[in-house]
Ligand binder design. Structure first.
Ligand SMILES: [Fe+2]
Length: 287
């Protein structure tokens, strides 16, 4: 192992019995793990560049290796927002690579689960160290609810969703959300914004400068629509309910990576200035 310095090693955490990170990890994922609030997960796949080793281990094994600097790591979990008051985790789950978000009050450790795509055991693992209070759905499409029944059973917390998306849900809605109301998770206020179009009951959840947007808006375009009238509706929702938010709002979509509202706004305004077919719908891009 002595010759691994400066070389990239790929491995899973499983079987690694003595992995030390520090003293100055430079990647936020590693910092997230190293603060012991989040457990290493056996399926986390790490890419670690060794810069210094304290101890060698048998050839081909990483057991008992101590790493003094680690500059990158990858996981199914990503910390997408973090400030004094909250932390938001993104889990990309299931065959449709749908995002589940866990919003955590840093002061009380109360947590909110936004969408339940799949792999309930993964969501439950990432909730460790928090007090789950509510599961809130952005909408009722199957790729956002496949873990819902298992999560409800395991956590026993209420389910919040818009009543226009109640049909087809495997669970009864305990808290019917509507435009303008606030959910309270610990000391966090979560604003419900009704954004119909992708589905009639689609909602976004806004807390601080973060917008958990479901499938209403993605980087580069609106959510999928099946009819021109649905497309007109989602466009109106975006213009009236999303573009009016502060420009530094982080958009946390139901699929894919985070984007910033100011970046999307430029593309949307260009789209609006152009002419389009009257029957436009489907998977539309701003450009
Ligand atoms: Fe959807």
């Amino acid at each position: 192992m002595g010759n691994s310095i400066g070389r990239r090693l790929d491995f899973t955490v499983e079987g690694c019995s003595a992995l030390e990170i520090g003293p100055q990890p430079t990647h936020r994922m590693v910092r997230g793990y190293a603060d012991s609030q989040y457990a290493w997960h056996p399926r986390d796949h790490l890419h670690i560049w060794f810069q210094q080793e304290k101890a060698a281990s048998p050839a081909g094994s990483i057991n008992a290796v101590s790493i003094t600097y680690c500059i990158a790591a990858e996981s199914k979990m990503d910390i997408v927002a973090e400030d004094h008051d909250l932390r938001i985790l993104r889990l990309e789950l299931g065959p449709y690579e749908t995002n589940c978000y866990i919003v955590i009050d840093n002061h009380t450790k109360d947590s909110l689960i936004v969408d339940a795509p799949d792999e309930a055991e993964e969501i439950l693992l990432r909730l460790r160290g928090t007090e789950p209070r509510l599961i809130a759905l952005t909408h009722s499409h199957i790729d956002h609810i496949m873990a819902l029944a298992d999560l409800k059973k395991a956590l026993g917390v209420p389910l919040a969703a818009h009543p226009l998306d109640a049909a087809g849900l495997p669970e009864i809605i305990d808290l019917a959300v509507e435009d303008g109301i606030y959910l309270h998770i610990g000391q966090l206020d979560v604003h419900v914004i009704h954004t119909p179009g992708h589905t009639p009951g689609s909602v976004c959840y806004q807390t601080g400068k973060n917008l958990l947007a479901g499938d209403t808006i993605f980087p580069g375009g609106p959510g999928h629509t099946n009819t021109p009238s649905d497309f007109a509706a989602v466009l109106q929702s975006i213009e009236k309910k999303v573009l009016t938010l502060p420009p530094d709002t982080l958009i946390l979509p139901g699929h894919g990576k985070t984007t910033i509202l100011s970046d999307e706004k430029k593309a949307i305004l260009r789209f609006r200035a152009a002419s389009h077919a009257p029957d436009l719908c489907g998977d539309v891009l701003w450009q």
